[in-house]
Ligand binder design. Structure first.
Ligand SMILES: NC(=O)c1ccc[n+]([C@@H]2O[C@H](COP(=O)([O-])OP(=O)(O)OC[C@H]3O[C@@H](n4cnc5c(N)ncnc54)[C@H](OP(=O)(O)O)[C@@H]3O)[C@@H](O)[C@H]2O)c1
Length: 323
């Protein structure tokens, strides 16, 4: 089958290890189902895998991809849930210390077919397009849990999103605006800032810019480059929810004094549960949200999509159609 996979890794030149070519079809196994994908989408996670972060070299070649939607063995239209718990795990799978994401241990979704545990699918709402469904498994699920499970902010509160253009960031802006939060965002790029306003941000600011008010919560995925600004932008008792560190995980200033003096909460957040994914799919339909899609291209042209992400050019999700 056609797949986009990591054949090698390079920290400085991630595209050098990417191959778009043939891989064996997944084998049926008890308790698992094979999903024939109709669409899949890219996450920064796939670039990290090509850079050698989070994917040990001895697991190569590995089909990349955590996001996808398609038709399972029983003929159901499904969205794939990418968090795979270890055998016998009960409860919130994101807290399983031995859980993996698709493409870390088991082949991922950037392919014609993917095998997942049969519990790792949720129904695709009938009215939802394949492209939309393919956006939800990772960045959108992460944004959902950051905002609604981990921020503690009620509708009406003010939330700052660092870095407006990314997959998680655009999901945060769209979900927060739909749920009645006042969404503020920063971006390095004026054009991306203008687009953030179009998709629901109330105001946008340049990197590090002083805000007119302190916010209730900051959604952080940029990391080192924005950490100080995140701490300084919060009201006393406010919350930083962090789920990524694209620009590095060692900020020049950790701001420990401000964190304790202002009694801030720093909450880590990773992916979400299968139940949260099902809730997210329903919310997207009920609220009439159309996830921002940067571009759609056939899986055979996956390399161009990866290049956009590596160059930092994306606004929204990079989607691949399959079949
Ligand atoms: N923990 C989890 O479960 C989870 C799930 C999904 C993603 N993540 C992580 O979250 C991060 C974002 O993922 P994504 O898929 O949304 O990636 P992406 O689409 O590539 O987004 C990158 C974002 O980072 C901003 N950015 C990048 N470099 C920056 C810099 N030097 N200074 C300021 N802003 C910068 C960009 O903002 P502008 O260009 O607008 O400035 C953009 O919003 C990644 O590190 C990813 O691994 C974690």
């Amino acid at each position: 089958m056609l797949a986009a996979y990591a054949a090698a890794q390079s920290a400085s030149d991630p595209l050098s290890g990417l191959v778009v070519g043939e891989r064996p079809e997944p084998q049926a196994r008890p308790g698992w189902t094979v999903v024939r994908l109709r669409a899949a989408a890219l996450n920064h996670h796939d670039v990290w895998s090509l850079r050698g972060v989070g994917l040990p070299a001895d697991r190569l070649p590995m089909v990349l991809g955590c996001d996808g939607a398609g038709v399972d063995e029983a003929g159901n239209e499904v969205i794939v849930h990418a968090v795979v718990p270890s055998d016998g795990w009960r409860g919130d799978e994101t807290l399983d210390p031995r859980r993996t994401l698709l493409s870390e241990l088991h082949d991922g979704t950037l392919a014609e077919q993917v095998a997942v545990p049969s519990t790792n699918v949720v129904p695709k709402p009938e009215s939802m397009s394949w492209e939309t469904a393919a956006c939800l498994s990772t960045a959108w699920l992460t944004a959902y849990r950051m905002l609604f499970t981990n921020s503690g902010v009620q509708p009406g509160g003010t939330v700052l999103v660092q870095g407006a253009g990314g997959g998680v960031a655009t999901a945060l802006i769209q979900l927060g605006a739909a749920a009645g939060y006042r969404m503020w965002a920063t971006s390095r790029d004026e054009a991306k800032g203008a687009r953030a306003l179009e998709i629901g941000a109330d105001r946008v600011f340049g990197p590090g810019e002083r805000l007119p008010d302190r916010v209730d919560a900051v959604m952080e995925t940029v990391g080192a480059a924005t950490w100080s600004h995140s701490v300084n932008s919060l009201r006393p008792g406010g919350t930083i929810v962090i789920s990524g560190a694209t620009s590095g995980d060692a900020p020049a200033k950790a701001e420990l004094t401000k964190i304790f003096f202002k009694q801030l909460r720093v909450v880590g957040s990773t992916m979400g549960t299968q139940q949260e994914l099902a809730q997210l799919a329903r919310l997207v339909v009920q609220a009439g949200i159309e996830p921002v899609i940067d571009s759609v291209r056939p899986l055979a042209e996956a390399r161009d999509g990866f290049a956009r992400m590596v160059d930092g050019d994306v606004f929204g999700k990079v989607v691949f159609t399959v079949g």
